[in-house]
Design a protein. Structure first.
Length: 241
């Protein structure tokens, strides 16, 4: 059974190695994981997105926009860890193509790449549309995220694209997302495993687990284990100690 880990220990809990391309997909907690993993992974780290994110969400990292290879190398030489966007439009940061992320991962001097490869409009769970997620083909680890606050709540209140979640489950959007139902979507090739590269390791992160949500999160981890999928329960750092 999975124990709850602190955000500061999530890289170890995910068993990440010295050279990884980590793609974050699914629901709540992706951006927080992006920045926490960036701080925890060894070596020179590129943080990026293949979709969109708020341009105010920099995690206090050095930001580089549409760099050429020499610019990226210089930024890594200076900072060791950089956040890279393709462009900035109004209040949105525009991501980079997946093939560019693959090329960065293959470059000498880039040890780690972490990419937010999906959007969820800050909802804790989702099922992907046909064009989602945008996962680089060289990804070594794909982490499917679910916020613990979605569990045992009505699908149409706590999920992005609730009609797609319900369709996968054969239930009504007003029904509750039980741990067993969440595990079904997370394990589905039409759900959270959509577009996962064949060689990538797949793991689930259950984010913002607190005292009230821990029983449901633990039940979800058990349901995933029965399907051969590992899960990491990540503690809610906003909860009182």
């Amino acid at each position: 059974m999975s124990a709850t880990v602190a955000l500061d220990g999530v890289a170890g809990a995910l068993a990440l190695g010295p050279h990884e391309l980590v793609a974050l997909v699914g629901g709540g907690g992706k951006t927080t994981l992006l920045f926490r993993l960036g701080r925890q992974l060894p070596g020179r780290v590129v943080l990026t997105t293949t979709t969109r994110m708020g341009s105010d969400r920099t995690g206090d990292e050095a930001v580089v926009v549409s760099p050429g290879d020499p610019d990226l190398d210089a930024a890594l030489d200076r900072h060791g860890r950089v956040l890279v966007w393709g462009a900035i439009e109004a209040h949105k940061a525009i991501g980079v193509p997946a093939e560019v992320v693959d090329a960065w991962f293959e470059r000498p001097g880039v040890d780690q790449v972490v990419v937010e490869a999906d959007g969820s409009r800050r909802m804790p769970f989702k099922a992907p549309a046909p064009h989602e997620p945008v996962i680089p083909s060289r990804s070594t680890v794909v982490v499917a995220c679910i916020g613990a606050s979605a569990l045992d709540q009505p699908i149409d209140q706590r999920c992005q694209r609730p009609e797609l979640v319900a369709r996968l489950l054969g239930c009504d959007p007003g029904d509750r997302l039980t741990p067993e139902r969440a595990a079904t979507v997370l394990a589905s090739d039409a759900g959270s495993r959509r577009n996962v590269p064949p060689a990538a390791r797949f793991v689930v992160a259950v984010n913002r687990v607190g005292a009230r949500s821990e029983p449901a999160a633990t039940a979800l981890a058990a349901a995933l284990a029965r399907r051969g999928i590992a899960a990491v329960l990540v503690a809610d750092e906003t909860a009182p100690g």
